[in-house]
Design a protein around this ligand. Structure first.
Ligand SMILES: *Cc1c(COP(=O)(O)O)cnc(C)c1O
Length: 223
């Protein structure tokens, strides 16, 4: 299937209020341009350096989402242009994003990543840590970030029941978090669902799906 056809097929399965992030990690700029020509404008990458190289080369109306684990010392490289950072998993990281956003005269939108999977390898905040950040007085002082939602990754398993439970847990935290609003918190985005589970994710209220292999085919990793 061509990239264009794949995007169209996915969009047919999504309601209008769900945003498609095309996950282009490891993909060439020519593949990204194919998706761009099909009308896709939102792309997700998991490495800051790779994303920055692509941002430099590709049309400037692309919105770049950082979906991977973020190292604090690399935030400065994406601060000039990144449109949404999905994987915020500590207050320290939020502070660094705020600092770099201020240097660039920007307000950077962030999602807090909640740990929902059973695997210990997946990053993210516990529910307690999440609500501590959302309620903290210190958070309200970060005037160059905006917390706009939550992100999560389900376990890598074929057990649909388990994935559903994890999505439900994230949806519940999302509903609870939506009650908290202040200057820089307004929760309207729920980032959950990938190629294999996005239709399930939208049943549990996902507003943003991150899809890679179902658009671009299998990823080739360079060693
Ligand atoms: C790679 C990746 C995706 C996309 O995965 P596919 O299975 O290829 O759709 C989604 N979210 C995150 C955080 C990823 O790292």
């Amino acid at each position: 299937m061509s990239i264009k056809n794949a995007i169209e097929a996915i969009k047919e399965k999504l309601h209008n209020n769900v945003t498609l992030v095309a996950v282009s990690k490891t993909q060439s700029t020519s593949s990204i341009m194919e998706a761009y020509m099909a009308g896709q404008r939102v792309f997700g990458e998991n490495k800051i350096q790779e994303m920055t190289e692509k941002w430099e080369q590709l049309p400037k109306d692309i919105q770049w989402h950082m979906i991977g684990h973020v190292q604090r010392n690399k935030v400065k490289f994406m601060a000039p242009y990144v449109s949404l950072i999905h994987g915020v998993d500590s207050f320290k990281l939020l502070k660094e994003i705020n600092k770099q956003a201020e240097k660039n005269n920007r307000v950077i939108s962030c999602l807090l990543q909640l740990h929902i999977a059973q695997e210990t390898t997946k990053f993210g905040l516990s529910k307690d840590e999440l609500f501590t950040i959302l309620h903290a007085e210190e958070t309200t002082q970060l005037s160059h970030i905006k917390i706009v939602g939550l992100m999560g990754m389900a376990s890598f398993t074929s057990n649909t029941k388990q994935i559903e439970q994890e999505f439900l847990a994230l949806q519940n935290s999302y509903t609870e978090a939506q009650k908290i609003t202040n200057k820089n918190i307004a929760i309207t985005v729920l980032s959950m669902g990938m190629s294999n589970d996005f239709q399930l994710a939208t049943k549990y209220g996902s507003t943003l799906v991150r899809i890679g292999s179902a658009i671009f085919g299998k990823r080739m990793y360079k060693k």
